[in-house]
Design a protein around this ligand. Structure first.
Ligand SMILES: [Zn+2]
Length: 203
């Protein structure tokens, strides 16, 4: 099976009420309409071009399409909506994907704000230390306005590596040394996207 390429649609025969300019028989002229479309796995992405020919059923001669001018003909030879189905599906998929990303980002942010507002010992912060350095920080203690955090022992060079750090075998490896932060400092880091996400263990 050809994965992608172009195809021609089936021929559509559209009768008109025209008089044949060659033999003069009334209502004998039909249009033969066909369009070429780009496809993937046989599903039409979008139409490329039309091919319209006039044809007389009485004298069986071909007739120049441009010479046939009726409302029906102009109307009937539009591309069918189905010929755009692939394109429509692609746009739809992109829209769904983009809104999913957007909603996910919004939820992550809201949860992170909530966690910073009511910090708890054990909260895990996903942090971007530099362009190619991502790691974890963990709340070890809270003393008044000071939130004490430990630095994770391991870093990764990609944001996608954080998942492994969080769930992998070294997820509980943090240095003993602590750093003190205020809520304002944490919020400011969240704002600047230094803090990517805050995770809290749900009971
Ligand atoms: Zn004719």
């Amino acid at each position: 099976m050809i994965v992608y390429g172009t195809n021609w649609s089936n021929k559509k025969i559209i009768p008109t009420r025209e008089i044949c300019p060659i033999c003069g028989v009334m209502h004998s002229v039909s249009l033969i309409y066909q369009y070429e479309y780009a496809h993937i796995y046989g599903i039409s992405l979008f139409p490329i071009k039309k091919d319209i020919r006039g044809y007389c059923q009485a004298c069986e001669e071909g007739i120049n399409y441009q010479s046939i001018k009726t409302n029906t003909t102009q109307h009937s030879v539009r591309y069918p909506i189905l010929s755009f189905v692939g394109l429509i599906l692609i746009v739809l998929a992109i829209t769904v994907f983009a809104s999913y990303i957007y909603i996910d980002k919004k939820q992550t942010r809201e949860l992170s704000i909530q966690c910073i507002n009511t910090p708890e010992v054990g909260d895990i912060y996903e942090v971007k230390f530099s362009e190619k350095e991502y790691g974890l920080m963990r709340i070890s203690d809270i003393k008044g306005d000071s939130i004490l955090m430990q630095l994770g022992e391991y870093v990764t060079d990609r944001i996608t590596g954080l998942k492994e750090l969080k769930n992998g075998e070294y997820k509980d490896r943090f240095y003993d040394e602590t750093f003190s932060y205020t809520k304002d400092e944490l919020f400011s880091n969240l704002e600047q996207e230094v803090i990517i996400r805050v995770n809290r263990k749900t009971q």
